[in-house]
Design a binder for this molecule. Structure first.
Ligand SMILES: [Zn+2]
Length: 124
């Protein structure tokens, strides 16, 4: 027999899982698009630009690399969360094993930890 609270929670978990799958698709297409843009940029960069333009392009590539790293990190979080969905451990804190509150999962579907553990890890 399931209680109303459990039913409510399973709805939230399902909704979060769907959101994670959407987010993963989005992050993957962002990375793909950026890879294609980077290829175009590096081809045109060798095509008779002045020194200043070279610097501007190098700076742009640097920014892209940072953005890329951020997108990859976000994608890794989302993929790890989806793996927990498959394993049936999604919504459970990887640190302490307590249930992560629904409000937190709705806000941060990819989070692996409850607020208490997250705070502890960030302060460590
Ligand atoms: Zn925890």
């Amino acid at each position: 027999m399931t209680t109303t609270a459990e039913t409510q929670r399973s709805y939230v978990l399902e909704a979060s899982a769907r959101e994670l799958a959407d987010h993963r698709a989005e992050l993957r297409s962002t990375l793909d698009r950026r890879r294609r843009d980077a290829e175009t940029a590096s081809t045109s960069a060798t095509d008779g630009h002045g020194e200043t333009e070279h610097l501007a392009i190098a700076e742009q590539l640097d920014n892209d690399a940072r953005l890329d790293a951020m997108t990859r990190a976000a994608l890794a979080d989302v993929e790890a969360a989806l793996r927990r969905v498959e394993l049936g451990t999604y919504g459970i804190c990887v640190e302490c094993g307590e249930q992560i509150p629904e409000e937190r999962l709705e806000l941060l579907p990819a989070t692996p930890m409850c607020i208490r553990c997250q705070t502890r890890v960030e302060q460590a």
